[in-house]
Design a binder for this molecule. Structure first.
Ligand code: MTE
Length: 300
């Protein structure tokens, strides 16, 4: 895997390759492929991904149901009603139903995973998520062999959502993954950040996190998970297919039609902080094989 290092980056700007290797081992451990001792190098690996503050993470958001400004979700998402909450699991599964979050996660360990998060708008953060692997939920649901994709849908509470009242997008917000992406051990359903339940603006009570894809794939406040045999519609693709493809993999070599994706600005670094090179798949090279043989300039 060739990273696009540039020689003007400091150690603080990038995570060295050795650290990625260590993180891979952490992920392998997290995936249940074998318990590993938490060594000093692994601790260093986590340190290298210095998380943003909770303040940064909960005040600079995209959640169009609550407005289009970055500070709108923090201002307006207090109105979201997150309890009771139920998630419909349907489509090509053996165990369809309406599940509470507690039932959906019953018996699963909530893990912490520190992930880079890269928005298509070329800003990024590092977020310590708490949650479970989506794969565990799908396995419980009993994905049938005809299931090729997973579709997700966000709640619509028009009375509580100013962006819905204003019709800023076609709601509900919808997203989708190919089955192998959905089953990948990096893909999470998150219920918390820094050990606290998700703030409403972060997608309470449960959201998707797909760290190698642009942030818009990580759909918030999920009420429906549908296994299907056809590629799901996604909100941003529906609005502008030329700018937002189905795959949405972080790819510094494929520019957004209106701006470059080669670098990113880390939120919290201050206005004059140096931009960082964007890494292919946001640095998560363990997913590269999912896209073997695909032309990633056509399938963006
Ligand atoms: N989910 C819903 N329901 N509505 C949205 O507007 N915005 C997406 C994604 N999930 C969005 C959403 C976009 S564009 C990004 S970059 C991330 O959420 C932002 O997540 P964050 O606010 O937790 O950083």
């Amino acid at each position: 895997m060739a990273y696009r290092w540039t020689n003007d980056l400091t150690a603080a700007d990038v995570t060295p390759k050795s650290v990625f290797m260590n993180r891979r081992q952490i992920m392998a451990g997290a995936a249940g492929l074998g318990a590993i001792a938490f060594s000093a190098t692994q601790a260093a690996a986590q340190d290298a991904l210095e998380p943003n503050t909770l303040e940064d993470i909960t005040t600079y958001n995209n959640y169009y149901e609550f407005g289009t400004g970055k500070d709108d979700p923090a201002k307006n998402a207090g109105a979201l009603v997150t309890s009771p909450w139920s998630i419909k699991v349907d489509g090509l599964v053996d165990n369809p139903g309406e599940y509470s979050v507690a039932d959906l996660l019953d018996g699963l360990d909530i893990e912490e995973r520190i992930y880079r998060f890269r928005c298509v708008e070329a800003w990024s953060m590092v977020v310590p998520w708490n949650g479970v692997e989506l794969a565990d939920i799908l396995t419980r649901a009993g994905v049938q062999s005809a299931g090729k994709y997973v579709a997700f849908e966000t709640v619509v509470q028009p009375e509580n959502m100013i962006g819905v009242q204003r019709g800023v997008l076609d709601f509900p917000y919808v997203e989708g993954l190919r089955m192998d992406e959905a089953m990948h051990p990096l893909t999470m359903l998150a219920t918390g950040i820094y050990g606290e339940p998700l703030a409403n603006q972060s997608g309470a009570p449960i959201r998707l996190v797909v760290p190698w894809k642009y942030g818009f794939k990580s759909i918030k406040s999920i009420v429906r998970i549908t296994v299907t045999d056809t590629r799901p519609t996604t909100t941003w693709n529906k609005i502008n297919a030329r700018e937002y493809g189905f795959y949405s993999n972080v790819n510094p070599e494929v520019s957004h039609p209106r701006w470059s994706q080669a670098s990113e600005r880390r939120i919290g670094g201050g206005l004059f902080a140096k931009r960082q090179d964007t890494l292919m798949f946001n640095g998560y090279d363990e997913v590269a094989s999912l896209y073997d043989g695909m032309d990633l300039t056509a399938e963006f």
